[in-house]
Design a protein around this ligand. Sequence first.
Ligand code: NAD
Ligand code: UDP
Length: 311
Amino acid sequence: MKRILVTGGAGFVGSHLCERLLKEGNEVICLDNFFTGSKKNIVHLMDNPYFELVRHDVTHPYFAEVDEIYNLACPASPVHYQHNPIKTIKTSVLGAVNMLGLAKRIGAKILQASTSEVYGDPKVHPQTEDYWGHVNPIGIRSCYDEGKRCAETLFMDYHISNNVAIKIIRIFNTYGPNMNPNDGRVVSNFIMQALRGEDITIFGDGLQTRSFQYVDDLVEGMIRMMNSKPDFLGPVNLGNPNEFTMLELAESIIKLTGSSSKLKFMPLPQDDPKQRQPDISLAKAQLNGWQPNIQLEAGLVKTIAYFKMHL
Ligand code: NAD
Ligand code: UDP
């Protein structure tokens, strides 16, 4: 049995990760300040004596004796990370410093949940890990993108200077149950709009692309990465390479919900990436043939069922 700290554990991805780690027989400390996460996501784990919930903000130091740390604390939806951009960058940067300091002190292995946003509005397609990205350092997405880029730098430097055992994953757009319905991300927006019979809000012409990964596939990849060979540090892309336009996503959701919603075109936010698709060759090679198993329609069906229950 390992003792594992999950920061951001009450969020969408973190709650699935906590559940899976407990199922595998580990002890889990879930740390969260509940900015975008919710007790609802983890309430079913509260009776488990091996699960502990800590209200804490990662911008302040935290101490616990653990074997592994998954560092997920950070709002992920543009609406939420832009709400207080200074807090967002502090969460990524000070959160990384505090968790790396903890890992160094107690000799724990630590995994950073980085993002495809480090590639910005990419000029290389699909994105490989050796692409350095195309990021605006002073735009409305910068607090998130640059915060995550700086966190990657900190992880590498703590490894090089202090021999901390690190792992870096770059997560591409992920969806599934436990997403906050008011989170503002495209999958939750479209599903909620379709279920309520409201207009589906397409930003721009809807021809921009994203590649959507179901959360279970991501969690499998995260755990494989944590347990990968000690000399494999990443960064490694974790995402589903099947790429869709936002118009295609809207069509699928309208079909699967049987909704009568109509499309409503709205202005494209500043610096919105035009395309995004992971090259997952490295993950396949290093993580025992890892690849996503749940394709968009199957994943949307499960997600729609979750949102219906919570309407
Ligand atoms: P989420 O917003 O649902 O979860 C983030 C969690 O972190 C929430 O529970 C929130 O309350 C917590 N948090 C935020 N600031 C904190 C702070 N200062 N101290 C402690 N807790 C704090 O988002 P998610 O989709 O679950 O994302 C989890 C991680 O994965 C994030 O680091 C995100 O950047 C990364 N990621 C997610 C996606 C995706 O598509 N879901 C894509 C790329 C990267
Ligand atoms: N988007 C949209 N309508 C919405 C919400 C988002 O058309 O109601 C678009 C958004 O402009 C972007 C894509 O969907 O091009 C994905 O947006 P999201 O916020 O989910 O993630 P990110 O831009 O960070 O990949």
